[in-house]
Design a protein around this ligand. Structure first.
Ligand code: ADP
Ligand code: MG
Length: 381
């Protein structure tokens, strides 16, 4: 039931006769140790030409270190980095066809926007006319045409971020590495920039390798996502597969609210041993006297509403199950559902869900001789 684990997943293109897409970045058994810390602990990953690929994980999980090794700022302790078929593991940064955009996109404050963007071309000794054309093109791409004469302090945060992008794009790299580039922006602007960045990537067709600890950001923009945990990859998948078919309790908990069932609760409610996840929006919250349709397809659980959390567009109800364990139920606030949810606080309810929405997080055999050590309910950070 669960999606394939690991980085060598099939390309998303399903046509069997189409040539597989070319690999832009290939990481092979990549390790980086700092003293006793295994920052990157064995990464195998292929990223394809033109992909928007995100590395998602909590702080300290090794994402930046992977990015810095690809850029050439850090040397791997072990393993290989191959860019477009060329082994660059021992090559210096300038010999790699990649550019990096960092979170603190430090623009040169004393230079104009135009000078900031063309800086890389000057260093490469590109001629004046060519510099001007390419700089104007890059500024147009990020929708800053006409802003060339301004100083960085005359721009908004979002505009400065776009200058930083233009500064990288002007070099026309094959691969753009982005390390939490939207982290300094407020939420509203960040959401706008997410959409813009995705459109821009589609337009320019460059491979984007994007680092973030924000699951919503990764889900919004990516073709595929690698979930990092302790220097390793837990799962590589499309946003839909990652959310609908998390491969582990870590992924289920990091991407969305996990709602885990195990032990006796799993046996009684799902009908088998194991560790299972069910997303909060797949569960219906009903009155205990609701007449339900009996059948193999529908699971039912009785419980007591412990808490109701109003979230504007939706309401979360936290339900302690009679058989043990706890599930969070999400209801959209259509018409009167907030009153409906609040009316149940402290009282008994009936939860129902379709069996097809239950995701198995571990093979059943593994569970046989093992006491369940997983937390039974894990909220995202
Ligand atoms: P992330 O980007 O996912 O937050 P990092 O790659 O920055 O994670 O860090 C991974 C681990 O490596 C962390 O434990 C961090 O403290 C450690 N680390 C990163 N860079 C260095 C360094 N230059 N020296 C020592 N430890 C480092
Ligand atoms: Mg980082």
């Amino acid at each position: 039931m669960s999606a394939p684990v690991g980085g060598r997943a099939e390309a998303t293109a399903s046509a069997s006769d189409a040539a597989p897409p070319a690999v832009a970045i290939s990481l092979d058994d990549l390790h980086k140790t700092f003293g006793t810390v295994a920052a990157v602990d064995g990464i195998d990953l292929d990223i394809f030409d033109g992909e928007f690929f995100s590395m998602l994980g909590p702080s300290g999980s090794g994402k930046t270190t992977v990015l810095r090794m690809i850029a050439g700022f850090e040397t791997p302790t072990r393993g290989r980095i191959v860019l477009s078929g060329k082994d660059v593991t021992g090559e210096p940064p300038f010999a790699r066809d990649v550019n990096t955009v960092f979170q603190d996109y430090a623009l040169f404050p004393h230079m104009s926007v135009h000078e900031n963007v063309e800086y890389g071309l000057r260093v490469k000794k590109v001629g004046r006319a060519d510099r001007r054309t390419r700089t104007n093109e890059a500024l147009e791409t990020v929708r800053l045409h006409g802003f060339g004469d301004r100083a960085p302090h005359q721009l908004s945060g979002g505009q400065r971020q776009r200058v930083a992008l233009a500064r990288a794009l002007v070099n026309r790299p094959k691969v753009l590495l982005l390390d939490e580039p939207l982290g300094a922006l407020d939420l509203k602007l960040r959401r706008e920039m997410q959409i813009e960045l995705k459109e821009l990537q589609r337009d320019v067709g460059i491979t984007f390798l994007f680092v973030t600890h924000d699951q919503e950001e990764a889900l919004t923009m990516s073709d595929r996502i690698a979930v990092f945990n302790n220097g390793r990859i837990e799962q590589v998948a499309s946003p839909i597969d990652l959310y609908e078919q998390p491969a582990s309790s870590f992924v289920a908990g990091f991407v969305g609210t996990s709602n885990l069932l195990d032990g006796d609760a799993a046996i009684k409610l799902i009908g088998s041993r194991g560790l299972f996840s069910i997303r909060p929006e797949k569960i219906l919250l009903r009155s205990v006297d609701t007449a339900t349709e009996p059948g193999d397809q529908i699971c039912e659980a009785r419980g007591v509403v412990r808490d109701v959390v109003y979230l504007g567009a939706s309401t979360h109800s936290v339900v302690d199950l009679d058989v043990g364990g706890r599930l969070t139920v999400l209801q959209q606030n259509l018409e009167s559902s907030i009153e409906h949810a609040l009316a149940h606080r402290g009282g008994p309810v009936l939860l129902t869900w379709d069996r097809s929405h239950v995701v198995s997080l571990k093979p059943l055999e593994e569970e046989e001789n093992q006491s369940a050590g997983e937390p039974s309910n894990q909220e995202n950070q």
